[in-house]
Design a protein around this ligand. Structure first.
Ligand SMILES: Cc1cc2nc3c(=O)[nH]c(=O)nc-3n(C[C@H](O)[C@H](O)[C@H](O)COP(=O)(O)OP(=O)(O)OC[C@H]3O[C@@H](n4cnc5c(N)ncnc54)[C@H](O)[C@@H]3O)c2cc1C
Length: 388
């Protein structure tokens, strides 16, 4: 077995690193830590470089970048702490539009998102439905050529900076849950849409979005009426694809090593020589290698043209759970000093470990919770009985 990346993928990594050295400085990273994990300048530069359209599958009209290269791109963005949440969302939105959208969405909306001129956000979750996304209640009713939308979405991340929301609605409340859904791509400046901030403990800003008699022409419909679940399957397919790369821990481990080198135990010994600290640092480094193997394996499957499903769940599950564990270990290792937040001049590395400690739990919620992913692994991989 050869675990090394191909020469092409490594050459691409060098190209990405050079690009990031030019486009991601301390200011860009700091702005991304402010709540909205998005940098307009960086997003545009990535699009101009052709990596956004490149990430869209070729069969849909995108650049069809090799999944290994896409994995390298996501890995390097995370390792450089580049605020690039809008990239994955854009790729998913464009893929959904190109696979299911009509003329208007394909010609007037998808090219703007691909060029980095417009941003999309995802409006699936609601106050009463997250994991069970098919239970969405936001209502779309047909009136002649138009649709009237009423309802509320929760966790519409990036809505406050986006131009369009990919909106899951219920069009037939009497049909079985998965059969009465229809998607729309709604322009966020439409009358009747309200966006309210939702702050999270990890600093990340999300939104609650409200739809009060929003009028949309039929050209904004995405996919067939009452066949929204088919569109959702496309979304999940591409979301898992882009989420294949998960490398949140390395900056935290690096900050922890740095701290352990400088800190002393009560008996005067350096913390880096403490057995328990060394054990945890090594364990965390091994976990990162496991994450990398999961991600590369998932990307390699996609590269060979295979449709992966549960492999994406395993990657996401292992990455977010180990990231949560690493942050808790290193936060604990720092004792009272670990409590200092980034605005305190004495904070180690601008409070990076403390901040990641607060951020890590949400990664085990969005994009499918750890419990849901465990269910998928149990059912699809281990052959255990269905849980629901
Ligand atoms: C910061 C953040 C950003 C987000 N961004 C977006 C976004 O941009 N767009 C969007 O549409 N959504 C977004 N989400 C929503 C996210 O996808 C949901 O929060 C997630 O799917 C969980 O849904 P829920 O919050 O309704 O919890 P619930 O589904 O109510 O789950 C509550 C708990 O029960 C567990 N549970 C639920 N069902 C099962 C089951 N069958 N078996 C075992 N355990 C179960 C869950 O794992 C969880 O622990 C975001 C969430 C967060 C926190």
């Amino acid at each position: 077995m050869d675990f090394a990346m191909s020469a092409e993928a490594e050459a691409f990594r060098a190209e990405v690193r050079q690009f990031l050295a030019e486009h991601v400085d301390a200011e860009t990273i700091a702005a991304g830590r402010d709540g909205t994990i998005h940098s307009p300048a960086l997003h545009r530069a990535i699009a101009e470089r052709g990596w956004l359209s490149g990430a869209v599958p070729a069969e849909l009209g995108g650049g069809g970048m090799d999944p290994m290269e896409l994995c390298v791109l996501v890995e390097e963005l995370q390792l450089h702490q580049a605020p690039a949440d809008a990239l994955g969302v854009a790729v998913v939105a464009v893929s959904m539009i190109l696979e299911h959208g009509g003329e208007h969405l394909r010609t007037a909306v998808a090219p703007r998102i691909m060029a980095g001129e417009a941003l999309a956000c995802l409006g699936y979750s609601e106050p009463e439905s997250g994991s069970d996304v098919a239970a969405a209640r936001t209502r779309a009713e047909r009136r002649g050529d138009h649709w009237i939308i009423n309802g509320a979405k929760m966790w519409t991340t990036l809505a406050h900076v986006a131009d369009y929301v990919v909106l899951l609605t219920r069009t037939d409340p009497d049909a079985p849950k998965h059969r009465g859904l229809t998607f729309f791509v709604a322009p966020l400046d439409a009358a009747g849409i309200e966006i309210r901030p939702v702050e999270t403990m990890g600093n990340e800003r999300s939104n609650a979005t409200f739809y009060d008699n929003v009028v949309l022409g039929d050209e904004w419909r995405l996919g067939e009426v009452n066949d929204g679940w088919a569109v959702m399957k496309t979304a999940l397919k591409y979301e898992r694809g882009i989420a294949g790369g998960q490398f949140p821990s390395p900056p935290v481990i690096e900050a922890a090593i740095d701290w352990a080198r400088g800190a002393r135990r009560a008996d005067g010994a350096s913390l880096i020589d403490d057995d328990e600290v060394r054990h945890k640092l090594v364990r965390a480094a091994i976990d990162v290698e496991v994450c990398r193997s999961f991600a590369y394996h998932t990307a390699a499957l996609a590269s060979d043209g295979a449709m992966f499903g549960v492999e994406g769940s395993m990657t996401k599950l292992f990455a977010s759970e180990s990231y949560k564990k690493h942050c808790a270990w290193f936060f604990d290792m720092m004792g009272a000093h670990g409590l200092l937040t980034g605005d305190d001049p004495d904070a180690h590395r601008d409070g990076l470990i403390e901040e990641h400690y607060r951020h890590a739990p949400v990664t085990a919620i969005y994009g499918g919770t750890s419990e849901i992913n465990r269910n998928l692994v149990a059912e699809s991989w281990l052959g255990l009985p269905r849980s629901r």
